[in-house]
Design a protein around this ligand. Structure first.
Ligand code: FMN
Length: 195
């Protein structure tokens, strides 16, 4: 019992330490030089997981700007409360998958934009599972993550899990969701419009 309390206490301190430092003071974006055409006819999906709403909000802004479909990836494992929070950090750190549901087939889209919160510097189990399950179906991808300031290796993990062509990536800070999402959407708009 003492061991368990010590472990949980340690985990809480560890997680709060992670959040308290800012790795990059501003949102950051990177994109590869992959030219995409077709403008109007391009079908875009924004698929996201969100525990507390930040990634959902960013997804909706991006989808509205790009006239894209939006799909929520639901984690069937409860992430509520302190236990849910601790399990979330633990599962992300261990690289665990989870049981998910979602409604739209990524195969029907030219580009799939995927959004994940950062958990302990890592991708969420829900997005990990989605990428593993759908990587073969996704023609092109763009990734964004929302976090308190410590993105860690989340984007790198997403890139590696997918293994295909990533047209753009962005770190959006949770204190700056609207601005970050708008600027990423504008960047994607340029990349996806005909020229
Ligand atoms: C379990 C857990 C671990 C987290 N770890 C990090 C982290 O390592 N770095 C960070 O900057 N933010 C971290 N956060 C904060 C979230 O990434 C941030 O609040 C995010 O925007 C939440 O997205 P959501 O509202 O869509 O769930 C963590 C949050 C949770 C619940």
């Amino acid at each position: 019992m003492e061991g368990l309390i010590g472990f949980l206490g340690g985990l809480i301190i560890f997680q709060s330490l992670l959040f308290s430092q800012v790795e990059k003071p501003e949102d950051s974006t990177s994109s590869q030089n992959l030219v995409i055409f077709k403008g109007d006819t391009m079908k875009i999906l924004v698929a996201y997981y969100s525990r507390t709403g930040n990634t959902r909000k960013a997804s909706q802004i991006i989808a509205n700007t790009l006239n894209a479909d939006v799909d929520e990836i639901v984690d069937k494992k409860s992430r509520k409360g302190i236990l849910g929070f601790l399990r979330a950090g633990y599962d992300a750190t261990r690289g665990n998958t989870t049981e998910i549901t979602y409604a739209k087939d990524p195969e029907n889209y030219d580009i799939v934009i995927i959004g994940s919160p950062v958990w302990n510097g890592r991708v969420t189990p829900a997005v990990r599972t989605y990428l593993i399950r759908n990587k073969e179906k996704m023609k092109k991808a763009a990734f964004f993550i929302t976090c308190a300031g410590r993105p860690g290796k989340c984007l790198k993990q997403m890139r590696e899990l997918y293994g295909g062509a990533v047209i753009a990536e962005k770190v959006i800070l949770s204190k700056n969701i609207e601005e970050g999402a708008k600027s990423f959407a504008e960047e994607l708009k340029k990349l996806t419009s005909s020229h």
